[in-house]
Ligand binder design. Structure first.
Ligand code: GTP
Length: 356
């Protein structure tokens, strides 16, 4: 089976991390986020992938080349201006080699999922569907595309980000298209799969099916989700064939150093050459390569960018620190705060505390 990977988005919700690196290439448990999905697709029998790139396209070629490192064949189709999710699928179709009736797997590039791709494909074949969407179950569907289905799996409606979703089954960003359906998407303009193509196919009476499976699933679109995905991969709550060497809730990459009296755990990645000083505490966090957490500092559920420095005694909870930034001693940053790359915060400059 061939696949199209949607990887051209700007990842605005993950700024500043995505200012220099596209979201699918952000390091997650030691490899680019996308690599977890690529290896799962390979295990499900995918051999050839078309990357639909746009934002910082050349970085994908640098990271994955022709795909041979992963035992895959990867080719690239770049949009000069982003064409939206379905426009990107249409544009990438020029590089597919299959026939009109062949199934094409389409994956959003920012999803971590352990659902059974074989079973989704089997459901697609059994229904002779035009498109089969993986649907997952969430507690609160208001932020997602809700997709109610009939008992036989046939999709009844697409209800995007509604305050009153009709179901908690939501579009999980992994589709199997019949190739000929992709060829019908309008060419050369911005087209949304969620708002235009799927509702249009439904209105035209095409057989659209949902494959419901509530396996581990995470849309890694926000800093909180990024931290959760990374820590789940390190603790093993989400398994990936490309994560190795995690022990006691910590993944220590080459050349990383953790002082003997430091407490590091809860699913933390300590990147290449990163350092954690004496009596520092780092929990459920991601330290990118070369990041430094000095003695006595506390970092919880946070992302520390490349070569950023968290000085002695600083406290960080639920924050994102851009590459090369310095957080001076004694600062307390919490609750979704983001520090841009290269910023130098002087000592004791910020105390953001609920009890202040
Ligand atoms: P935000 O800006 O934070 O919403 O992130 P995003 O740009 O990644 O958008 P979103 O999460 O909605 O995108 C879902 C998937 O589709 C991601 O893997 C994106 O890379 C990809 N994507 C979104 N828009 C485009 C596009 O216009 N072209 C291509 N090739 N991919 C896209």
């Amino acid at each position: 089976m061939e696949a199209i990977l949607l990887v051209g988005g700007q990842g605005t919700r993950l700024r500043p991390l995505t200012l220099s690196t596209p979201k699918p290439l952000l390091p997650m448990a030691g490899v680019p986020l996308l690599e977890h999905q690529l290896t799962r697709a390979r295990e499900a029998g995918v051999r050839r992938l078309v990357f639909a790139t746009s934002y910082r396209a050349s970085m994908f070629t640098e990271a994955f080349g022709d795909g041979s490192r992963l035992g895959l064949e990867i080719v690239y189709c770049t949009e000069e201006e982003p064409l939206g999710t379905a426009g990107a699928i249409r544009n990438a179709a020029q590089a597919l080699t299959g026939g009109p009736a062949d199934p094409v797997l389409v994956l959003n590039g920012d999803i971590l999922s352990s659902h059974d791709l074989h079973a989704q494909l089997a459901a697609h074949r059994k229904a002779d569907a035009a498109v089969t969407l993986h649907l997952t179950l969430v507690d609160d569907a208001r932020r997602y595309g809700a997709v109610p289905t009939a008992p036989d799996g046939r999709v009844l409606a697409f209800v995007e980000k509604s305050p009153n979703p009709p179901t908690n089954q939501v579009n999980a960003g992994c589709y199997i298209f019949r190739r000929s359906v992709i060829d019908e998407i309008p060419e050369g303009r911005v087209v949304s799969a969620e708002y235009e193509v799927f509702p249009g196919l439904l209105a035209a009476g095409e057989p659209i099916y949902g494959y419901v499976e509530a396996a581990y699933w995470l849309d890694v679109g926000t800093p909180a989700a990024f931290v959760k995905g990374a820590s789940d991969l390190v603790t093993g709550a989400m398994t990936s064939p490309v994560v190795s060497g995690a022990e006691h809730g910590v993944l220590c990459l080459d050349g990383a150093f953790i002082a003997a009296s430091a407490q590091v755990g809860g699913g933390t990645t300590v990147g290449e050459g990163a350092r954690v000083g004496e009596k520092a505490r780092v929990e459920s966090s991601v330290l990118f390569d070369g990041a430094v957490v000095e003695s006595g500092a506390r970092v919880v559920r946070s992302v520390i960018g490349k070569n950023a420095r968290i000085c002695a005694g600083a406290v960080l909870e639920d924050v994102v620190i851009g590459d090369g930034a310095t957080i001076g001693p004694g600062n307390e940053l919490r609750s979704g705060l983001r520090v841009w790359p290269g910023v130098e915060l002087p000592p004791m400059a910020v105390r953001f505390s609920h009890d202040a």
